[in-house]
Design a protein around this ligand. Structure first.
Ligand code: XMP
Length: 519
């Protein structure tokens, strides 16, 4: 790892810290995320990184005992970029002032250039249209600049939205340049790494070789079982691990009874026909649906499914004989919202089943080669490994499956209705050639019956919600702007073709504040 030029991201626990890393990887920059408390002054002096980014975070610098950056950082002579909480920490530690804001800003904002400052260096190429659209998420704000800093840009509620001390190459922004919803944030990050002297020597082919080497190192001549779901993640994980250790790998496909229509057959055929990887097909739907009976709390559902998954894997590991390792296609977004990636202080939103449901003592060691990657990076890795495009292009499907698309109690009847509605919806999307434009589309069946009229009869059936989002990485998302014709036609088809549904709604919530799945 040390052969790369290295950028250090000091993590104060923002939900989107890892996005900084992925933006930098897109630029071919190797970076390391470290929780703020683990970075010491001594280490920084001994092995200084080439540049440092201070992440956002949920705390307030005005609170006693709140996180700080190692002070030595500011004497290293390397460029530093502070983002949101990172900006506030810089101001606090360098002699400025931060106050609890009475004008919090969440979501879209516009930054305008402050007069009299040249827009070059890190700011080159910005403000082409006079102002920049950015994504803000802050309560506190800077009220006095540290000595040496100048204002570069302001927004309605952040007078110091962009600031710089050019002499020391210290930069700070109140908004989040790393998220997709700050369209030109990438320019800012790119300018920053270029002025820090990065040449872009990190590639996906390099990542693949490193991942293979790490798998071999971890596994030795041990046996691995891999939980295969047929989705992109577990497929890529399986192929990668197979490439690393060949027949030491056996795949186990657990049908938890929460899969989509025709999915089980598809997965089994696909893997038996396409790959020579031994595959165990475990139909465990009775077990899962039995345990979920009467459960309607989302976290309990996730934890129950996570726990059973592990039990089932352990059972099949025993049958395979002597497997010591369990491989999973866990992705970074599964990790970041459960615990902070590197042990930092971020807040739990959902327990993703691959992570939150894991019992402490599971008897199998985990192999999670995709744990640091985002979805689109996994797709790029899949291409690197030569996987067919139809695998790679599949919409993501969550581990807990239809359970989290069925708010309230899960019953076989509701699952069957949901499967049929979902199949019609996806068929509609494919027929209209929209599948590849959409990150993820699915139906959620709502725990409510509504009154309708069909022919001359009254109906009293379930309502469902259609969900379709665009996203780059699953961390932020927008609803897909279907035409009214498409929505009308789809609603009509679902109500006509799916017995049990008499009302269709379209979910137009973005993420944040919503999440993609309903639970
Ligand atoms: P949310 O609902 O958190 O979802 O906005 C973000 C992305 O993650 C998927 N997802 C999961 N994937 N196990 C998974 O493997 C899970 O427990 C899980 N929960 C959500 C979701 O489908 C979306 O693509």
């Amino acid at each position: 790892m040390t052969q790369h030029q290295r950028l250090l991201i000091i993590d104060f626990g923002s939900q989107v810290t890892q996005l900084i890393a992925r933006r930098l990887r897109e630029l071919g920059v190797f970076c390391e995320i470290r929780p703020y408390q683990s970075v010491t002054d001594a280490e920084l002096r001994e092995t200084p990184p080439q540049a440092v980014i201070l992440s956002g975070g949920p705390d307030s610098v005005t609170r006693d005992g709140s996180p700080r950056a190692p002070q030595a950082l500011f004497q290293l002579g390397v460029p530093v970029l502070g983002i949101c909480y990172g900006q506030q920490v810089m101001m606090e530690q360098l002699g400025g002032r931060v106050e609890v804001g009475h004008h919090a800003e969440y979501g879209r904002a516009f930054v305008s250039p402050a007069p009299g400052h040249a827009l070059d260096g890190i700011f080159a190429g910005l403000f082409q249209d006079g102002r920049e659209e950015v994504w803000m998420s802050h309560g506190d704000r800077v009220t006095a600049l540290a000595p040496g800093f100048q204002v570069i840009g302001t927004s309605a509620n952040a007078p110091f939205a962009m600031i710089a001390d050019e002499a020391r190459r210290f930069y700070a922004v109140q908004f989040h340049p790393e998220v997709h919803h700050s369209p030109n944030g990438r320019i800012l990050l790119e300018n920053f790494v270029r002025l820090a002297g990065f040449t872009g020597d990190w590639t996906m082919a390099g990542y693949r070789d490193e991942a293979i080497r790490r798998i071999r190192e971890q596994v030795g001549d041990g046996k691995v079982i891999c939980g295969l779901s047929g989705g992109v993640d577990s497929s890529v994980a399986a192929v990668l691990i197979h490439e690393a250790i060949g027949d030491q790998l056996t795949c186990v496909f657990v049908d938890h009874g929460l899969l989509r229509q025709g999915e089980a057959e598809e997965v089994v055929t696909m893997f038996r026909d396409n790959y020579n990887i031994p595959l165990v097909h475990a139909d465990e739907s009775e077990l899962f649906l039995g345990a979920l009976k009467g459960v309607s709390d989302p976290e309990t559902k996730r934890k129950t499914i996570g726990r059973l998954f592990i039990d089932v894997f352990q059972k099949h590991a025993a049958e395979v004989g002597g497997a010591e390792f369990l491989a999973q296609g866990t992705l970074y977004p599964d990790v970041i919202e459960s615990v902070s990636f590197s042990g930092g202080p971020s807040v739990t939103i959902k327990s993703h089943h691959n992570v939150g449901g894991l019992p402490e003592k599971m008897g199998l060691k985990l192999v999670e080669p995709l744990r640091e990657l985002f979805k689109d990076e996994v797709r790029a890795l899949g291409r690197e490994l030569g996987l067919p495009e139809r695998f790679i292009g599949r919409h993501p499907f969550p581990g807990p499956g239809l359970a989290i698309r069925c708010p309230g109690e899960i019953t076989r009847e509701k699952l069957e209705i949901l499967r049929r509605a979902d199949a019609v919806y996806i068929d509609q999307i494919r027929r209209h050639g929209l599948y590849d434009d959409i990150w993820q589309a699915f139906v959620a069946i709502l725990p409510v019956r509504t009154v309708g009229v069909m022919g001359d009869s009254r109906t009293y059936d379930y309502a469902c919600a259609l969900r379709a989002v665009t996203s780059v990485d699953g961390m932020t998302a927008d609803y897909y702007p279907f035409t009214h014709e498409f929505l009308g036609e789809t609603a009509t088809r679902i109500i006509n073709e799916v017995k049990g549904i008499n009302r269709v709604t379209y979910d137009i919530t973005s993420k944040p504040p919503g999440t993609i799945e309903w639970e």
